[in-house]
Design a protein around this ligand. Structure first.
Ligand SMILES: Cc1ncc(COP(=O)(O)O)c(C=O)c1O
Length: 413
């Protein structure tokens, strides 16, 4: 029996404390529910965990068990075999590591397919690490059709030299979800499919097996979990011979000349792990699953639809991601910079994101300096959208807010 997505604001101390706060910026990071905060605080208050030999704590707690259970929960949530899932330090950090590994094995003339709506974290590692290695990699750019990968165009990019495609599961600007299986079927099994899942986790169903992806990376902080912790699915991880990082934890012995690595995925984990983070993120996964991920996606998409109808009915509004399923409303107010709208809204305790959103290639369908991203999650309601609508409606040219000496909201101080 799934929990109904209703009165969810009560799950968050931040929202209970700030009754007027409307948080429309979940694509940046999600709020953290009390149950997650309680779990992680409990660990720091009462356990203090780390994996080390002869620890009083390991004997008195189920640290290792809880850690494994949590990792297992994450694996199950994305339908990954346990052997193929690794804890990481977030999407960006691991993208850099994996790109280094992949490019190391490529040759001059090999091709990589990227897209211009991708987040900087899924473009800059590729371009810069290729440059650093001095490899003459050819970058090709897929086009979009109705804000998704244009499969017909994608097909025309593929040659015998195409080795990799890296793509967002869900775009952080438009919030539109790609069909990963269709992409994989278009590029075929000989091309490695890397998925930036930063916006996928906690928002949409992830099934790495059904979608036949090779890498799926995400962070915990956008899915009710801790910052700077992430997870990666790597298909057949055991086939990777050399790890990407070196140090304590992944070796069984070494001398001046050589090192012997541990077996299995242990080979890929070095340094002190975020044990409290991994364990408490298990609570976040349980939280997501208490509603059902498909219900979450549906709920958020309905909020977007509702907001699009209301905001889109106003004069001077251009909905950028019109008529598409998404949990984000991405729009412009004609003649006004997005930042001015954002400032005006923040004065009224509504938090949105404006500007580039870490996507800096020009896009013919919108202007970055004008764009406003309203990103929804389960703690948002139609009532909040109604308030947002009233404010946009009465915002005038929004410039007035810039000259107010004492903004009402403490957020702006
Ligand atoms: C699509 C996308 N990729 C990557 C990132 C970076 O993720 P992380 O914060 O886990 O490094 C973000 C975060 O905004 C994102 O939206």
């Amino acid at each position: 029996m799934k929990r109904e997505i209703k009165n969810i604001r009560d799950d968050y101390k931040l929202l209970r404390k700030n009754k007027k706060l409307i948080f429309f910026n979940s694509s940046a990071t999600s709020l953290k529910p009390d149950i997650f905060i309680k779990k992680i605080s409990d660990i720091y208050f009462n356990w203090e965990t780390s994996f080390s030999k002869s620890s009083w704590l390991d004997e008195n707690n189920n640290t290792i068990e809880e850690y494994k259970n949590s990792l297992n929960k994450v694996a199950k949530h994305i339908n990954a075999p346990f052997k193929d899932i690794l804890p990481t330090y977030g999407t960006t950090d691991f993208m850099n590591k994996i790109v280094r590994k992949i490019i190391h094995n490529l040759n001059d003339g090999d091709e990589i397919i990227l897209g211009k709506l991708e987040h900087a974290s899924n473009i800059l590692p590729w371009l810069n690490i290729a440059k650093e290695f001095g490899k003459k990699i050819i970058f090709k750019w897929y086009k979009l059709n109705n804000w998704k990968v244009d499969l017909i165009h994608l097909n025309t990019l593929i040659t015998k030299n195409t080795k990799v495609m890296s793509v967002a599961h869900v775009y952080n600007t438009t919030g539109v979800k790609n069909n990963l299986l269709e992409i994989k079927n278009t590029i075929g099994n000989n091309i490695t499919l890397v998925v930036d899942g930063a916006q996928g986790i906690g928002h949409v169903k992830i099934d790495v097996i059904k979608d036949n992806v090779d890498y799926y990376l995400f962070g915990a902080h956008k899915a009710f979990g801790p910052h700077a912790l992430g997870f990666a699915y790597i298909k057949n991880l055991e086939n990777i011979k050399e790890p990407w990082t070196f140090g304590g934890g992944n070796n069984s012995t070494y001398n001046e000349y050589s090192v012997e690595y541990k077996e299995g995925k242990q080979k890929f984990i070095v340094g002190t792990r975020d044990v409290p983070g991994v364990i408490s993120f298990g609570t976040s996964i349980t939280y997501i699953e208490s509603f059902g991920i498909k219900n979450i996606e549906k709920y958020n998409n309905n909020l977007k639809k509702y907001a699009e109808k209301k905001i889109g009915s106003l004069k001077n509004i251009n909905i950028i991601n019109k008529n598409v399923d998404s949990s984000n409303l991405f729009f412009e107010v004609n003649g006004v910079a997005g930042e001015d709208v954002g400032y005006y809204l923040a004065q009224n305790e509504i938090i949105v994101r404006t500007g580039t959103n870490c996507v800096k290639f020009k896009n013919e369908n919108y202007k970055q300096y004008k764009s406003i991203r309203v990103s929804f999650h389960i703690y948002n309601t139609k009532k909040e959208i109604d308030k947002f609508y009233e404010l946009i409606k009465s915002g005038g040219d929004f410039l007035e807010s810039l000259f107010k000496k004492n903004p009402k909201s403490k957020i702006c101080k």
